[in-house]
Design a protein around this ligand. Structure first.
Ligand code: XBP
Ligand code: MG
Length: 254
């Protein structure tokens, strides 16, 4: 039985409810480009089945504007739109108004004090992670993580396991000594296929998704005075996620 040494965190929907800011940033970028494309919350919820902003735009065009002709190369055009969206997103979260989800700030602090190593494995663009952590967690928050595995650093995005394999390789850790934190079905599959026991906190856009194979599914990490709601699995009698719960869960599932 391996000892729990490492926690690997997804970003969007797990550390913070960022997808709504992503959606608005996409729409702003489309309008700035003179496009009449608009992603409603309902449509965005569907489009989230495709991870990666550029991939999501391409999927949207295929499904909703198959006759769209880009001025020039389509991939370059999509990359340009996505870069504009990233500018809008990073300047929005740089305002520091994005609060972390319940329990995140406390658990990261407790885990560091307990000597657990932290890593990030996300699909989103690295600049988005920097803007979120620096302005909404702590100016040095990036240094809390031994690895920030993000975006195109790996060939295949979630649900492929690549980003978690990459993160563990950089940290030189074995899946048995880790726990992963995710909010989406794609993320859960990515972590599971990398051999990771995974705790899911369902989020604004993923509440209706399937989380079979998760070690525990809860509505958020909770606080001592704000217990989480167990959606599936056994929380071992705990009412909020702390290091003791993680060690107990890891002993039972990893
Ligand atoms: C979720 C994603 C990302 C974001 C948008 O990432 O699928 O694509 O929706 O970010 P996570 P980009 O793995 O953190 O849940 O536009 O930068 O791709
Ligand atoms: Mg996510």
């Amino acid at each position: 039985m391996s000892k729990l040494t490492t926690l690997l965190f997804d970003v969007d929907g797990t550390l913070a409810e960022t997808e709504e800011v992503h959606r608005r940033s996409f729409n702003q970028a489309f309008s700035d480009a003179g496009l009449d494309w608009h992603w409603s919350q309902e449509l965005y919820g569907e489009l989230l089945a495709v991870t990666g902003g550029k991939e999501r735009i391409r999927h949207y065009l295929k499904m909703h504007h198959p006759d769209f002709v880009a001025p020039g190369d389509l991939s370059e055009y999509i990359a340009g739109l996505h870069a504009a969206k990233t500018e809008i997103y990073t300047s929005t979260v740089a305002s520091g108004d994005m609060s972390m989800r319940p329990g995140v700030v406390r658990l990261l602090d407790e885990a560091r004090k307990a000597g657990l190593r932290l890593g990030i494995a996300t699909t989103t663009t690295p600049a988005n992670v920097t803007a979120l952590l620096k302005n909404n967690l702590a100016p040095d928050a990036e240094d809390w993580f031994d690895v920030i595995a993000a975006g195109g650093v790996v060939p295949a995005k979630k649900p492929a396991p690549d980003i978690y394999h990459y993160a563990m390789q950089v940290m030189d850790v074995h899946p048995d000594e880790c726990l992963a934190f995710e909010d989406s079905e794609n993320g859960l599959h990515s972590a599971r296929d990398a051999g990771l026991a995974t705790l899911v906190t369902s989020s604004q856009y993923t509440a209706d998704q399937q989380f079979d194979g998760a070690a525990l599914v809860i509505d958020n990490l909770g606080e001592a005075d704000q217990p989480f709601k167990v959606l599936s699995g056994d929380a071992g009698g705990f009412s909020y996620v702390n290091v003791d719960l993680l060690r107990d869960l890891h002993k039972r599932v990893a």
